[in-house]
Design a protein around this ligand. Structure first.
Ligand code: ADP
Ligand code: MG
Length: 322
């Protein structure tokens, strides 16, 4: 079982940033309003995420670390109605197999928090602990027990940059949640609860927001809203392409193609525009169960979606609106 989890970890936890993404998604699924992230040494030494969500009951703590154990879906059919970010029940078990992990949690009705420690094969019994509310997950020494794997990790600065990117993706899609990101004891980002336009400005900078046009288009099946940079925004845009499908970050060729086509059609420019766009669509029209790291999805009607996005962006670029 430990070996299986360690093999799975190779896929789910490629680097500190992938662990961070999974943990942040869990905090969001738990209804957190405030999430605090503390990293040490690019996340390799420590990733600590504290949330104020619903918490985990004492009796469920050990279960949460068991492979294929999820509280989020119970039948295969649920997968086609999914509104939570997680559903595989794989992340915590995988992370626990390759780190020294402490899970502390308190549900509102409990008098105090409970904590379990995991290292390799051993999971401790819950012991009383203190926490006002929610869940704190402490991941230490990633890949301490797989030195060969640890060698694939890059410099501290590079691993932090990946963590920051994972953090930004989550923060952009959850503007109503307050986030703090600390690295080696320094606050690197503090994002207060805001609306989506304010959050975009605080994550990508005022200069992006000022050189972008707003779009909000709706059809019977879907809604697309967010911002696309106008040509005045000269910054490199390859790393500023954020597309979210039902608040899940998605990297999809069809979508970038539709955007590029719209740019070419209206502005006669051949470039990859920067954008932050949110697509809300019936969960039944999209399959999120394509890959464990889940930045790929499959659309039931890709052509209709391509057209919808193309027309929405076309319109936004033709008459820029801020
Ligand atoms: P999944 O998210 O796919 O269900 P995970 O391995 O990420 O699987 O988490 C396992 C379970 O642990 C979740 O289904 C949830 O019940 C619980 N859990 C994990 N993190 C939190 C959290 N921050 N707050 C509340 N419950 C959590
Ligand atoms: Mg999860």
């Amino acid at each position: 079982e430990l070996l299986i989890n360690q093999i799975a970890a190779g896929e789910v936890v490629e680097r500190p940033a992938s662990a961070l993404k999974e943990i942040l998604e869990n905090s969001i699924d738990a209804g957190a309003r405030k999430i605090n992230v503390q990293l040490q040494q690019g996340g390799v030494k420590q990733i600590r995420v504290a949330d104020d969500g619903i918490g985990i009951a004492k009796d469920e703590l050990q279960l949460a670390l068991t492979r294929h154990s999820t509280s989020k879906i119970s039948t295969l059919e649920d997968l086609y109605q999914i509104t939570s970010l997680g559903f595989r029940g794989e992340a915590l078990a995988s992370i626990a197999a390759v780190s020294r992990l402490t899970l502390t949690s308190r549900q509102a009705e409990q008098g105090h928090a409970w904590q379990i420690l995991v290292e390799g094969k051993s999971i401790s019994q819950p012991t009383p602990s203190s926490l006002t509310q929610g869940t704190t997950l402490d991941i230490n020494d990633l890949y301490f027990n797989i030195p060969a794997r640890r060698k694939f990790l890059k410099s501290e600065a590079t691993e932090f940059a990946h963590c920051d990117e994972a953090f930004k993706r989550i923060a952009l899609s959850q503007s109503g949640i307050e986030f703090v990101l600390q690295h080696n004891g320094k606050v690197r980002r503090h994002l207060r609860a805001a609306n989506s336009a304010q959050r975009i400005a605080s994550v990508l900078g005022e200069e992006f927001q000022q050189a972008a046009t707003w779009t909000d288009e709706q059809s019977a099946e879907m809604r697309l809203h967010g911002m696309v940079a106008l040509p005045a925004y000269a910054r490199s845009s390859r790393d500023r392409q954020y597309f979210f499908v039902n608040n899940r970050f998605v990297n999809d060729k069809l979508i970038s193609h539709a955007l590029r086509e719209a740019y070419r059609d209206i502005l006669h420019l051949d470039r990859h525009p920067a954008f932050v766009l949110f697509l809300d669509i019936n969960p039944e029209s999209v399959d999120v169960n394509v890959h464990p790291t889940k930045t790929e999805v499959r659309f039931r009607e890709p052509r209709a979606l391509h057209q919808f996005i193309f027309h929405a962006i076309n319109k936004a670029l033709a008459s820029p609106h801020r």
